[in-house]
Design a protein. Structure first.
Length: 186
């Protein structure tokens, strides 16, 4: 099966799962946990550099329900997080980044054995393309080109945080994989 056929299947199954009440309630609970982690599990290093644990609540949604459900949860968490606790102007680019985080997790963690390499690959993609590149572009769009000066600090923070994130994400994946699921969840 080609990669595109696999992706098409993953997205179709994930979208279909959203029609079930059990899926919606589980995603809602995980969204609430993610909102709590994004409010209280954040360590602000500088104005534009922070460490957050909120992505750990997105991984179970990605594992259980796929990229569509995780993408929606990611986007909702960013938007609702802004409504509940705004830390600056609303910018849809960060909502896009949060949605892409869910989609990446969903594509790499949904219905797979979730090997350590998949977890590392997911975190490297997120750190490199979303956190370092895309978010820096969005910060520069919002606050001006001076944000590019923080790029080395942002890159250093992401590379130092990478092993910690991989260990935490691996622990979450192991815990979620032990949950007995009824077939009606899928």
């Amino acid at each position: 099966m080609s990669v595109f056929a696999l992706m098409k299947t993953q997205f179709a199954e994930s979208a279909k799962a959203l029609k079930r009440t059990q899926t919606l309630t589980t995603v809602g609970v995980l969204l609430a946990i993610q909102m709590l982690l994004s409010s209280f599990g954040v360590f602000q290093l500088t104005e534009s550099v922070k460490i957050s644990l909120a992505h750990l609540a997105l991984a179970p949604t990605a594992m259980l329900f796929g990229p569509v459900a995780a993408g929606i949860q990611g986007a909702l968490s960013d938007f609702l997080g802004y409504l509940l606790k705004p830390t600056g102007p609303y910018f849809p680019g960060f909502t896009l980044t949060a949605m892409l985080l869910g989609i990446i997790y969903g594509m790499l963690l949904y219905r797979t054995k979730r090997s350590l390499w998949q977890i590392i690959l997911a975190r490297v993609i997120v750190a490199l393309f979303l956190n370092i590149c895309l978010n820096t572009v969005f910060l520069a769009m919002l606050y001006g080109p001076a944000q590019w000066a923080a790029l080395p600090l942002r890159a250093t923070k992401n590379f130092l945080q990478l092993p910690i994130d991989c260990v935490l994400l691996s622990a979450v994946c192991r815990a979620v994989s032990r949950i007995p699921l009824r077939t009606s969840y899928r």
